[in-house]
Design a protein around this ligand. Structure first.
Ligand SMILES: Nc1nc2c(ncn2[C@@H]2O[C@H](COP(=O)(O)OP(=O)(O)OP(=O)(O)O)[C@@H](O)[C@H]2O)c(=O)[nH]1
Ligand SMILES: [Mg+2]
Length: 360
């Protein structure tokens, strides 16, 4: 399962975001460092397509796609060197697939700010600096090792040393590893193997009270400059709206200048940032929407469902969801000759409804 880690300054609204995504009840407090131990949860995002599938195929159970979420302690200046709650946070974000970077953009007399003023640009820079410093440490360690090997005459090591030095310069100038251009697959592999914090895809969350043209443009400018996806929302408000009906919450949202389902919007940004797709399966037992990376083959997808289905793979019957809906059931679609049959190598597409045939 994919995993995202929530990062930001103390009191930015990280635990509030965690609760909003996971419908959880992590501690949310107006004082900084209210989160000490990380909160772990699951972000389930309802996919209407799987409900339709379950109804048509009379499945007993419905399983929606989900992503693991970890909410960690706030970072402050010097965190990479152990300031604030120290740097144990790093172990938790080292393991995630993407970072949700929460930026405080709301004023409040009761919620203190670690640097007194609301200044999203400065706050983003503080977080960047801490992550970059940690990455520099990681690169330097590797560099020392490779320099020794290079001195012994190893060609690949020499190439790696050059790359690591260039990467160090890039990060020292404030660049994020994910924006460092890779010239070939060698460079790509070396950088990947470092598991750098600033190499992870990022979705920025600008936590505002109300949405104005001015705030939207500040958010856009910050995010675009670093090539990140972003969402602007009022996390506290959205969490409260979870209790209300869709009509009621739409009315409230509009009062603050927002529209649309923010959990969904955030999920779509994750899907884009991590290059994911969704496919659907349905049996009498279970209708399910699966989340996987672009380029997944039918054979790999079979393995996600069950090792027996992969082992005995015969073929995959596939129909795009929109086509499926026209027929109303897999049985009917099959009778109409609307199911395509594919072998192991078929590359799955977003919204495919798949039925696997396998030898037990
Ligand atoms: N006005 C306003 N307050 C918010 C918003 N989001 C969160 N808060 C408040 O800000 C305070 C801090 O929220 P948390 O979610 O605990 O922040 P955090 O980033 O987890 O903080 P630490 O765990 O201490 O690092 C709480 O009092 C929240 O109610 C918002 O959009 N607007
Ligand atoms: Mg917290």
């Amino acid at each position: 399962m994919k995993k995202i880690g929530i990062v930001g300054l103390p009191n930015a609204g990280k635990s509030s975001l965690f609760n909003f995504l996971t419908r959880g009840n992590a501690l949310v407090e107006s004082f900084p460092f209210s989160t000490v131990d990380p909160n772990f949860g699951v972000f389930v995002i309802e996919d209407e397509r799987v409900e339709v599938l379950a109804r048509n195929e009379k499945s007993k159970r419905v399983v929606h796609p989900s992503i693991d979420v970890v909410d960690i302690a706030g970072l402050v200046r010097g965190a990479s060197k152990g300031e604030g709650l120290g740097n144990q946070f790093l172990d938790h974000i080292r393991k995630v697939d993407a970072i949700a970077h929460v930026v405080r953009f709301f004023e409040s007399a009761t919620v203190s700010h670690p640097y007194q003023t609301v200044d999203p640009k400065r706050d983003v820079e503080i977080i960047d600096t801490e992550l970059i410093l940690k990455d520099i440490e990681t690169i330097q360690k590797r560099l020392e090792k490779q320099q020794k090997i290079a001195r012994a005459g190893d060609k690949d090591a020499r190439k790696e040393v050059e790359l690591l030095e260039a990467l160090l310069r890039f990060l020292s100038e404030g660049g994020l590893a994910r924006n460092f251009p890779r010239r070939d697959s060698f460079e790509e592999e070396v950088i990947k193997s470092l598991f750098l914090l600033t190499d992870k895809p990022e979705i920025m969350i600008f936590n505002v009270d109300d949405l104005t043209e001015g705030k939207e443009s500040v958010a856009r400018e910050i995010a675009q400059k670093r090539k990140s996806k972003y969402v602007v929302l009022n996390v506290a408000l959205e969490t409260e709206l979870l209790e209300l009906s869709e009509e009621e919450s739409d009315a409230f949202r509009a009062e603050y200048g927002f529209s649309g389902d923010k959990r969904k919007e955030f999920f779509e940004k994750i899907v884009e940032a991590l290059k994911l797709i969704r496919f659907l399966t349905a049996t009498e037992n279970e209708a399910r929407c699966w989340l996987t990376v672009e380029g997944t083959t039918a054979y790999e997808a079979a393995g996600m469902i069950h090792s027996d289905i992969q082992k005995g793979f015969v073929k995959a019957e596939v129909i795009p969801f929109d086509e499926y809906v026209k027929h109303g059931s897999l049985k009917r679609a099959r009778e109409m000759g609307a199911l395509q049959t594919h072998g192991k190598e078929y590359v799955i597409r977003e919204g495919d409804v798949i039925h696997f045939l396998f030898r037990a």
